[in-house]
Design a binder for this molecule. Structure first.
Ligand code: TZP
Length: 206
């Protein structure tokens, strides 16, 4: 079981203020898990940002996962890695990670979700569920019915991503999602901490 239902995914280009500052406010509002996902950053800048995020998450007992870069995750003592189809396989991540290292798998189809679950990923992030400007490159939104099929086909928690807002949490949960992953609805908000609270209330974990 996951100990979080709201998973903030970073995109510093969307944040209206320095990313670490915004993430800290969200943590103070009750956020329990952050995924560092800054694909354009060189490894040293990524490491510096991961170090800062590790500090602010650790101070509040919150989770930090790093997208793709297991080396950076391990170097800063992050709780886990969020893998994509281009990342190290789950078995290799298990070998290099500490015993409780969390491995999330980002997938875009039911087949990928099944494969990730049978490889031993701890949880699945599936999307985009709705249309989202941040992810047009992944094609058409998959919708709630596809989310329901993924949930039914894997014995792992499934987190929904892509265009999620507090108002959509109920239907996403209704389709069986264990939680939601969010970029723009939080980071792009004028008051990210208020939006975080709105998500947590909608998720019933405020
Ligand atoms: N993977 C599928 S959709 C997406 C990712 C990383 C982007 C989600 O961003 P937003 O702004 O929460 O729709």
């Amino acid at each position: 079981m996951l100990d979080f239902s709201l998973y903030l995914v970073t995109d510093r280009a969307i944040a209206r203020r320095p990313l670490v500052e915004v993430v800290e406010e969200c943590l103070d509002a009750g956020l329990r898990a952050v995924q560092l996902r800054e694909k354009d950053l060189g490894v040293r800048d990524l490491l510096a940002l991961a170090t800062s995020l590790r500090e602010v998450t650790h101070r509040r007992g919150a989770r930090l996962l790093v997208n793709d870069r297991a080396d950076v995750a391990l170097a800063v003592g992050a709780d886990g890695v969020q893998r994509t189809h281009l990342s190290l396989p789950v078995a290799a991540l298990r070998r290099i990670g500490p015993p409780a290292f969390l491995i999330g798998a980002s997938v875009h189809s039911e087949g990928e979700a099944r494969a990730a679950a049978s490889d031993g990923a701890d949880f699945i992030v599936f999307g985009p569920i709705y249309d989202t400007p941040s992810k047009r490159q992944y094609g058409q939104p998959q919708g709630l019915a596809a989310l329901g099929r993924v949930v039914a086909s894997v014995a792992r928690p499934v987190i929904a991503i892509g265009g999620i807002t507090p108002g959509r949490v109920r239907e996403v949960r209704g389709a069986g999602a264990a939680g939601v992953a969010v970029i723009s609805a939080i980071l792009g908000a004028e008051r990210p901490e208020e939006r975080t609270k709105a998500f947590l209330e909608a998720l019933g974990s405020a």
